[in-house]
Write a protein that binds this ligand. Structure first.
Ligand SMILES: Cc1ncc(COP(=O)(O)O)c(C=O)c1O
Length: 344
């Protein structure tokens, strides 16, 4: 936001970022073509660069993470098949039931553990035997990060290893997989090891205005192009937005560590306020529990300071590239001032 007086500190999500001047310049300069014909050089480059970075054969650019996830689910599972997925997972809970509605795929939701994983024993127990009464269990879908939590590496290895040994495919909703890699200090290739396909969002912490890429085997991605077209995701001169995604992959991965540091500073400051229960962030997302009666007046007090957050008894706060260390101090100050005066 260029006008300083108009600027808000927005902690609702890492999807709220504004494309920087340099990112906009890259978008403006991008060579483009009709991507439905496969003619857009910038889209093609983004798909190749992403595939190379994460260690897959091919990539497919789509407008949203919801769409790349759905393309993957529809690629792995057919009518009457099922996928194993966490109760809290985005593909199950927050994507409008698309797998069932558009894919005729039955989800088998499984409780997430406190660390965000699905217990390996539960995965084993929910894989159905070959019996005409059951949907065919085809796929294990995990999410990393999930609610800001990074899946332990040993766990990912065990869960994907079990799935493969049982003949299942594996998909990762990697909307924030770069946050996970930066947190664990491993490469992008290492963080996705064990997954046949992965969806990576460019418009979350990476700061692009739109777009996700689905990565996987060449034949899977070729088939995925058909699903993408059917779902309305065949775009034309999409290089204008793919350029933002390329810029994001080139410039905005390592800096995610700053968002993690800002989340840590904000959470530890908020934890000193008696009325609040604050989780310790692993990455850029954490939660603050507060008395219900405080919510409305706090939201108003924050708004007066041009601070935006989805305040509720269980509030999610998210840092991103448009939240600076100074902003964190301003937010802390606003919370402290409010709770000094507030009595239930
Ligand atoms: C974990 C996760 N997966 C997938 C998505 C879907 O991305 P999109 O909003 O681009 O459809 C989101 C969006 O917030 C998400 O948080």
């Amino acid at each position: 936001m260029s006008d300083h007086h108009e600027r808000w500190i927005d902690l609702r999500s890492d999807t709220v970022t504004q494309p920087s001047a340099a990112m906009r310049a890259a978008m403006s300069a991008a060579p483009v073509g009709d991507d439905v014909y496969g003619d857009d050089p910038t889209v093609n480059r983004l798909q190749d660069v992403a595939a190379e970075l994460f260690g897959y054969e091919a990539g497919l650019f789509a407008p949203s993470g919801t769409q790349t996830n759905l393309i993957a689910l529809m690629g792995h599972c057919g009518r009457g098949d099922e996928y194993l997925v966490g109760q809290e997972a985005h593909t199950y809970k927050y994507e409008g039931g698309g797998a069932a509605v558009l894919g005729s795929i039955q989800p088998q939701p499984i409780a997430n553990q406190p660390d965000g994983s699905i217990a390996v024993e539960d995965i084993a127990a929910y894989i159905k035997p070959d019996d005409m009464h059951f949907a065919r269990t085809r796929l294990l879908a995990l999410e990393n990060t999930i609610g800001g939590r990074v899946l332990p590496r040993d766990y990912v290895k065990a869960a994907t290893g079990l799935a493969h040994a049982q003949g299942l495919a594996t998909h990762l909703d990697g909307a924030r997989v770069c946050n996970a890699a930066v947190k664990q200090g491993v490469s992008l290739r290492e963080i996705v090891a064990g997954f046949d396909t992965v969806s990576v969002c460019l418009s979350k912490g990476l700061g692009a205005p739109i777009g996700s890429v689905l990565l996987g085997p060449k034949a899977f991605v070729e088939q995925g192009k058909r699903w993408r077209k059917m779902l309305g995701g065949g775009m034309r001169q999409a290089g204008v937005i793919a350029a933002a995604g390329l810029y994001a992959l080139e410039h905005n991965v390592e800096r995610l560590a700053d968002d993690h540091a800002n989340a840590a500073a904000l959470s530890s400051g908020l934890a000193r306020i008696d009325a609040l229960q604050v989780t310790t962030p692993q990455t850029n997302i954490f939660y603050v529990d507060m008395p219900a009666a405080a919510c409305a007046p706090l939201a108003q007090a924050l708004a007066r300071q041009r601070i935006r957050a989805t305040i509720g008894p269980h509030t999610r706060l998210v840092t991103h590239l448009d939240v600076s260390a100074e902003d964190v101090q301003k937010v802390l100050q606003a919370f402290q001032t409010f709770f000094q005066d507030w009595r239930a």
